[in-house]
Design a protein around this ligand. Sequence first.
Ligand SMILES: *[C@@H]1O[C@H](CO)[C@@H](O)[C@H](O)[C@H]1NC(C)=O
Length: 199
Amino acid sequence: MLSRKWLAALALLALCAVAAGRELQAKKNTVTPYAANLYEAVTKAQLFTLKAAIDAAGLTVAFQNPNLGVTLFAPTEAAWQRFYRDCAKPPKKAADVAKYCSFDKLKAAKKSELQQFVQYMVLYGSATVQAGNDWWPIGRQFVKKPSLFDKNIMRLRYLAPYYEAHGTGRDSNVTIPNLGAGKSLMHIVDNVITYSPLG
Ligand SMILES: *[C@@H]1O[C@H](CO)[C@@H](O)[C@H](O)[C@H]1NC(C)=O
């Protein structure tokens, strides 16, 4: 059996390791200048589907504004495929509902609806991915932040080593953080973040 002293020493060691890991994370997660504006960032990252959705929603010019000062959670192409695929199976819960079900259907969707859909992927302000800041505090609690879609909220959580962004519908993990796009920020995420109910 380990003595109490030993256990205390081990606990201290574990704490130090956690702290060291955190420091590394904080250093790693600084903003990288990437593009002059969000639209350029989406193009450069080859996020074709998101780009098409932005265009079809009539938000191209808005996203080209270098002075926006918002944060876009940009789904990968794989994330869209996952989204479409989920149309085929009954959702486990209402929040998981998918929509559009193919690229063609997405592009053909009602403009006003697409606008809300895309605006929900955007938060006001610079949500820098960094452990322990206002957006992703240490300690697993959810932080609510308003999106551009009528201030409908997204909930952010740092669940080390993951940075999660939860919609009121579908949730995601940030896979590539902190791409600077003018005064805005883009994080690439592994799922299409949605609100619920998805009208
Ligand atoms: C983030 O990724 C981890 C590891 O795959 C997973 O356990 C967790 O559920 C994911 N979170 C979200 C919100 O997708």
